[in-house]
Design a protein around this ligand. Structure first.
Ligand code: FNR
Length: 400
């Protein structure tokens, strides 16, 4: 994608359209799709329409500060890049591009356990410490070894994902006969052939592999990589496993995939420093509650004892401001910067971060909030469509 076209992408949806036109359908669907009937995927977007923000005027917001301190480090914006496995499917070395874009915009970057660039390669290329996401695999020794490697490579914060006891039922992938390592089906070959720039990259660099897992996969003797990965997801994971990881990791520990207030207590008991309220972008349980719906009760349960991050469905600066106005400490995103990389590599990821940063800044000006702390109080109102005609109710403020 050339610079002029990138410049014409005015919002994340435009970048998604650019990604769609550059990727083979099976790859776009792997990134874009959700589980079951994709009801959580849709609800994740609709949830934002149930809230509106209330403005204050003439507050003197000439200078605006959207920086946010998370886990002992101040970031330039209150949002960051969440973990997305096998990002190399959309662009060779995608994780390096995502990391560099995150560094340029001074926002968090999270490397997935199943990244297509290895832990050590990212660590060596990094200009500052980043976050590493961990799955607790059936063979616990594999996960514990990943924890050691992440620490040795200089990662700072560990994000343990708990919402993948089994794989989600992603029917787009089944229909497209999507496999790992990626090998297009006969119909897919025709489609991939029409995506010339993507195809040339893949021919030059080869299909991406989950670099951190290759040795373990080889030793396992599993028939295919996909069979190995699926076999390693473990519905038997318990909070005791999280405690074991806690014992092995000295830095900040975050658990990802929390949707219930009851699990907040468990996370606290396991020694977590933070949580990510997330339904995995609608990719796991198709009927999962959207994070913005779960967030108020989770914040009440957390009572300020944990850093509360949120993801799933964020596409606009105002989406981010709504979560912060409810009391979240920060927002992560998976697909937006992945669409950016798919469209134009690092420049595409930077473009997405730039759009979001500008949208947050404009939103703060329009809201009359020189700082994010000014979002506290009665700035957010619930106005579910069913309640139209009734007076909107302020949502209880977070009390920073
Ligand atoms: C993901 N997600 C994810 N999460 C995780 O903990 N480990 C992983 O390896 C992956 N892999 C992954 C791949 C792809 C293609 C996507 C789209 C997502 C979930 C991700 O971290 C995040 O929770 C969601 O993407 C958030 O929703 P949005 O921002 O994509 O709407």
């Amino acid at each position: 994608m050339n610079a002029a076209r990138l410049g014409r992408a005015r919002n994340v949806d435009d970048v998604r359209a650019a990604a769609r036109s550059r990727l083979p359908r099976a790859v776009f669907d792997f990134v874009d799709g959700g589980a079951d009937d994709e009801e959580a995927l849709r609800a994740n977007r609709r949830q934002f329409e149930a809230y509106a923000l209330s403005t204050r005027v003439a507050v003197g917001a000439a200078a605006r500060d959207q920086s946010r301190r998370l886990f002992g480090r101040t970031f330039a914006s209150p949002f960051g890049i969440g973990p997305t496995g096998l990002a190399g499917l959309v662009w060779p070395g995608a994780e390096l591009h995502l990391m560099r874009a995150a560094e340029a915009f001074d926002v968090p970057f999270t490397l997935s356990t199943v990244s297509s660039v290895g832990i050590e390669e990212i660590g060596a290329a990094a200009g500052r410490p980043h976050w590493f996401q961990l799955y607790i695999f059936r063979d616990r020794a594999i996960s514990h070894r990943l924890v050691e490697r992440a620490a040795a490579a200089g990662f700072e914060t560990l994000v343990v994902t708990l919402d993948c006891p089994v794989g989600g039922n992603r029917e787009r992938d089944l229909r497209n006969r999507f496999t790992l390592p990626y090998r297009p089906s006969p119909a897919g070959i025709l489609d991939a052939a029409r995506r010339f720039s993507w195809l040339m990259q893949m021919l030059r660099h080869g299909a991406p592999q989950p670099r951190n897992m290759m040795e373990a996969a080889r030793r396992s003797g599993a028939q295919t990589l996909l069979a190995f990965m699926e076999g390693q997801l473990d519905p038997g994971v318990t909070w005791e496993d999280v405690r074991e990881v806690r014992r092995r990791w000295n830095g900040p520990l975050v658990v990802k995939g929390i949707l219930s207030p009851a699990d907040v207590r468990q996370a606290l008991d396991a020694g977590a420093d933070g949580i990510v309220v997330s339904n995995h972008g609608g990719r796991q349980l198709g009927a999962a509650v959207p994070p913005m719906v779960a967030l108020p009760r989770i914040l009440a349960a957390a009572g300020g004892r944990l850093t509360v991050l949120c993801d799933s469905g964020f596409r606009r600066g105002t989406d981010i401001l709504k979560a912060l106005a409810l009391g979240a400490d920060g927002v992560l995103m998976g697909r937006p910067t992945l669409y950016g990389v798919a469209a134009a590599g690092e420049a595409g990821a930077r473009h997405v971060l730039d759009l979001l940063r500008r949208e947050v800044d404009r939103g703060m000006a329009l809201l009359g909030c020189p700082t994010l702390a000014d979002l506290a109080g009665d700035r957010i109102v619930a106005h579910a469509p069913a309640e139209r005609g009734r007076e909107a109710q302020p949502v209880a403020g977070p009390g920073y």
